[in-house]
Design a protein around this ligand. Structure first.
Ligand code: FES
Ligand code: FES
Length: 159
């Protein structure tokens, strides 16, 4: 079947089997391999992308279900050579080690701050509870999300 999806603002079209998962569509068609594929069972969160601004697990979403929706992947965060504050935050606060979970963490965080610009630690931990990190122990990830929230608030005040 022909599936046409808007990914990072660009329409991407491909003839795929109806069972094709979104994670494979994203990685194979436009070649956006920043979205990772870990458990394939909705457990690890490495495959999280945004659908119409909401985080979804692309390993358990059919590509055909995304027709007519806007998909946003980790590659969309950096714009014109400028890192998203969330990317800056994970760098500043050492919110990653191996980096496998990071694309999903970044997109989960983007969705959180877009809906709740000033989350508490409890709200951050709830938001990232669907994403597993085997390296960091989560402390630095939580610090990074707080750093990003504070940085974005300061930038809004300056504007
Ligand atoms: S690969 Fe999708 S949740 Fe693990
Ligand atoms: S940084 Fe290695 S799994 Fe999270």
């Amino acid at each position: 079947m022909e599936v046409k999806i808007t990914i990072n603002g660009q329409e991407v079209s491909r003839d795929v089997e109806p069972r094709t998962l979104l994670v494979h569509f994203i990685r194979d068609t436009p070649g956006l391999t920043g979205t990772h594929w870990g458990c394939d069972t909705s457990n690890c969160g490495a495959c999280v992308v945004l659908m119409d601004g909401k985080p979804i697990k692309s390993c358990t979403t059919l590509a055909a279900m995304c027709v007519g929706h806007e998909i946003r992947t980790v590659e969309s965060l950096e714009q014109n050579g400028r890192l998203d504050p969330i990317q800056m935050a994970f760098h500043e606060k050492h919110g990653l080690h191996c980096g496998f979970c990071t694309p999903g963490m970044l997109m989960t965080t983007r969705a959180l701050l877009d809906s709740n610009p000033n989350p508490t630690e409890a709200e951050i931990r709830t938001a990232i509870s669907g994403a597993i990190c085997r390296c960091t122990g989560y402390k630095n990830i939580v610090s990074a999300v707080r750093w990003a929230a504070e940085h974005e608030a300061a930038t809004r005040q300056e504007a």
